[in-house]
Design a protein around this ligand. Structure first.
Ligand SMILES: NC(=O)C1=CN([C@@H]2O[C@H](COP(=O)(O)OP(=O)(O)OC[C@H]3O[C@@H](n4cnc5c(N)ncnc54)[C@H](OP(=O)(O)O)[C@@H]3O)[C@@H](O)[C@H]2O)C=CC1
Ligand SMILES: O=C([O-])CC(=O)C(=O)O
Length: 264
């Protein structure tokens, strides 16, 4: 596979490492970084490093994986999709901006490309997406992380994250408001909303817990044909405590599914 990456931080670098270990090293790798940040991609990655979506497309990737954040989706997503290249959009929460979501969908339609939204750090989206056809879903999600994973977010406006000793719920609201206010921590809420009951109807609680065993994603689903509860206890990434390691494995799965004859 000729692979294009937008962003080469924690997820990008770990993904390349996992692909190499799984015997799925890309035949060609191009990485889009911000101008002036070219040196952030080590020579050992064996990548062509570019600073624009046009230059990334000139490398003729079969697939592009965005793992750079909401602003990068807005900047590069429409260009990539309009050119007809499928994009795995790890920053799912960028879809919480209705204008950007419409722009991305229109670009994908125009280019005949697909926006692939990976499950990321959460699971069970297959059943949730299937049940959405009942039209009567109730979904409640709780995102629980250690205080340091909420550093640099609005949680710090109401909590002293350095000294917190008790579990505190600092956000209650819709998945849309969660995804917009916590772009590096609530992509999971957006994925659940898009698969299930929608951005306004999906209820979210965000919690800082000094006793949290990792990044915990927990949600309840009620529907006319099935009810379920899911709880995932994730190991945080060494390179970014906000991001669970399983997120990278979920991107690897998307790549594996494009390379294998059986999709699962
Ligand atoms: N779906 C899910 O479950 C999850 C989704 N995510 C999403 O993935 C994103 C990346 O996570 P992670 O790798 O851990 O974060 P990192 O901060 O480790 O890496 C992000 C990288 O993207 C680069 N970047 C930022 N803006 C741009 C841009 N406009 N163009 C090109 N590169 C850019 C940054 O470069 P620089 O070094 O120059 O700043 C940085 O190297 C998160 O921001 C979040 O949106 C994260 C976790 C779970
Ligand atoms: O990686 C995680 O645990 C989830 C996360 O940050 C997000 O949803 O943005």
């Amino acid at each position: 596979m000729r692979l294009g990456l937008i962003g080469f931080g924690n997820i990008g670098a770990t993904l390349l490492d996992l692909m190499q270990k799984a015997g799925l090293a890309p035949a060609h790798l191009a990485v889009l970084v911000r101008r002036g940040r070219e040196a952030s991609v080590p020579a050992t990655a064996g990548a062509v490093v570019v600073t624009s979506a046009e230059a990334l497309l000139a490398e003729t990737p079969d697939l592009i994986v965005e793992c750079a954040g909401h602003a990068a989706v807005s900047e590069h997503g429409p260009v990539v999709l309009r050119a007809g290249v499928d994009m795995v959009q790890v920053s799912v929460g960028a879809m919480s901006d209705p204008a950007l979501e419409a722009q991305l969908r229109a670009a994908a339609k125009e280019g005949g490309a697909r926006i692939v939204l990976p499950a990321g750090a959460v699971g069970g989206l297959d059943l949730l997406s299937a049940l959405s056809a009942t039209g009567e879903l109730q979904v409640t999600y709780r995102g629980i992380k250690p205080p340091k994973a909420w550093a640099g977010t609005p949680a710090g406006e109401t909590l002293d994250l350095d000294t917190l000793t008790t579990r505190e719920v600092f956000f209650r609201g819709s998945a849309r408001d969660a995804a917009r206010a916590f772009p590096k921590n609530a992509n999971v809420a957006a994925a659940l909303a898009l698969a299930g009951a929608g951005f306004e109807e999906t209820q979210v609680e965000l919690i800082a817990d000094p006793e949290a065993p990792g990044n915990v994603h927990s949600y309840d689903v009620r529907s006319p044909v099935a009810n379920y509860t899911m709880e995932i206890e994730n190991l945080p990434s060494a390179g970014n405590v906000k991001t669970s390691v399983s997120t990278v494995y979920s991107v690897l799965r998307e790549i594996r599914n494009r390379m294998n004859p059986v999709v699962i």
